[in-house]
Design a protein around this ligand. Structure first.
Ligand code: ZN
Ligand code: FE
Length: 255
């Protein structure tokens, strides 16, 4: 079994502990800060074996060195971005496999938000740690990559099983959903989901993870062939990269 613990930190970041119960190995995904991670580990009596980073941004690697120093854990990250991952010891990239005890993660390169962004898919456990690539009803901004790269990256994720739980790194769901409604005001799945999201957020509860099935139905960045979406955009081309780029451009200027 893979036990996953969500730790909310900073304004809207989620850090995750992943604990493989058979071998009792534990990893933390994208530790923005060390303190709350050390507390959560101590509460459960889990020693830390690995830091798994998805990309180099400070709100994902900020706790790396302190955790390494205090726990002796090993730091895992993208080999092609090794100079920007503090303390990196194990370098991985597209097509690699990483073993957390008995649990295997397949590694995808998902450039776009940054170059050298990776995702960890624990396929037998239906869990994807995708950092700032796919969000619930949204996707990461293009700080370093191109629309072509991000479209390809999202497409890799889109092809996973619908039961995959999307452990993204931020609670952006409600704002993303408000934007998605401007793209597809007639999408009934989206309207239904937003009711639930508003209910959860009113109580300050997490909306993450969602499942990939929910994202297929509601996330505009995974719905590049939706007729309603293409009508809203009023662009001539139905080329997925151009549709993606136009949605991303509008989202960048939305509130
Ligand atoms: Zn980021
Ligand atoms: Fe982030």
């Amino acid at each position: 079994m893979l036990d996953i613990v969500q730790i909310p930190v900073l304004n809207d970041n989620y850090v995750y502990l992943a604990h493989e119960t058979e071998s009792s190995k534990t990893a933390v995904v994208d530790p923005a800060v060390a303190g709350p991670v050390l507390d959560a580990l101590e509460e459960r009596g889990w020693p830390l074996d690995y830091v798994l980073n998805t990309h180099h941004h400070g709100d994902h690697v900020g706790g790396n060195l302190e955790l390494q120093k205090k726990t002796g854990c090993q730091i895992v990250g993208c080999g092609s971005d090794n100079r920007r991952i503090p303390g990196i010891q194990i370098q991985i990239d597209e097509g690699d496999r990483f073993m957390l005890g008995k649990a295997e993660a397949r590694i995808f390169a998902v450039s776009g938000h940054t170059l050298g962004h990776i995702a960890y898919w624990f396929h037998r456990h239906d869990a994807l740690f995708c950092g700032d690539t796919l969000f619930s009803m949204g996707c990461g901004r293009l700080f370093e990559g191109s629309p072509t790269q991000m479209t390809e990256s999202l497409d890799k994720i889109r092809q996973l099983p619908g039961s995959t739980r999307i452990y993204c790194a931020h609670e952006y769901t409600q704002a993303n959903g408000n934007f998605a409604l401007t793209m597809e005001p007639g999408n009934r799945d989206l309207l239904e989901r937003m009711k639930e999201v508003r209910r959860l957020r009113q109580q300050d509860l997490s909306t993450v993870p969602s499942t990939l099935t929910e994202e297929w139905a509601t996330n505009p960045f995974l719905r590049l062939d939706s007729p309603e979406l293409i009508r809203t955009l009023a662009i001539d081309s139905a080329d997925p990269v151009e549709v993606f780029a136009e949605i991303r451009r509008r989202k960048d200027h939305f509130s």
